[in-house]
Design a binder for this molecule. Sequence first.
Ligand code: DC
Length: 210
Amino acid sequence: MTFTIAIDGPAAAGKGTLSRKIAETYGFHHLDTGLTYRATAKALLDAGLPLDDESIAEKTALNLDLSGLDRTVLAKHEVGEAASKVAVMPAVRRALVQAQRAFASKQPGTVLDGRDIGTVVCADANVKLYVSASPEVRARRRYDEIIATGEAADYNAVFADVKKRDERDMGRADSPLKPAEDAHLLDTSEMSIEAAFMVAKSIIDAALNK
Ligand code: DC
């Protein structure tokens, strides 16, 4: 048996930072499952292949090497947009979910973050967290991140992107983003990442000591 922590939520809610901090604290393996969708999309883009051909995208997803996912290469906005399109295809999701489940069984424990971890990928996870924040706050965080890298950004355009991504992630037929029934809800709109971490830690400690 391993100990699995499932962390879901919309784009830019702070779940990535929180997941990495949790994995580091408990010495668990971490998988940002968004990177698996991003890597599939980037492989298609790089090869000049269409983003909406399910059988080509499925083959690409089946060939993915989880150990080679590079966050800096995959962070680009266009890759995120393409990933959210690729993620609507059931065959792609099946292929990636299989790889994600294999990762989730690693010892001594794992943290997986994404959109459907508590509802589909690890429905039996020991702890489920749903991390959210208002679209305005998430857009502001994304905007600040872009500005901090020295690039130019327009808040209204970033806000429109956040809303569009939410609609696609929450509105798709296969595994839409939603909290699992037994997830702990963590609204980080008015909470620092440190405060969110402390809440998460007390939930995880309680589950570990059961
Ligand atoms: O978290 P992210 O921005 O890296 O995710 C990129 C896209 O991948 C996102 O728009 C939806 C998709 N995704 C998904 O469908 N299921 C997951 N478990 C993780 C990400």
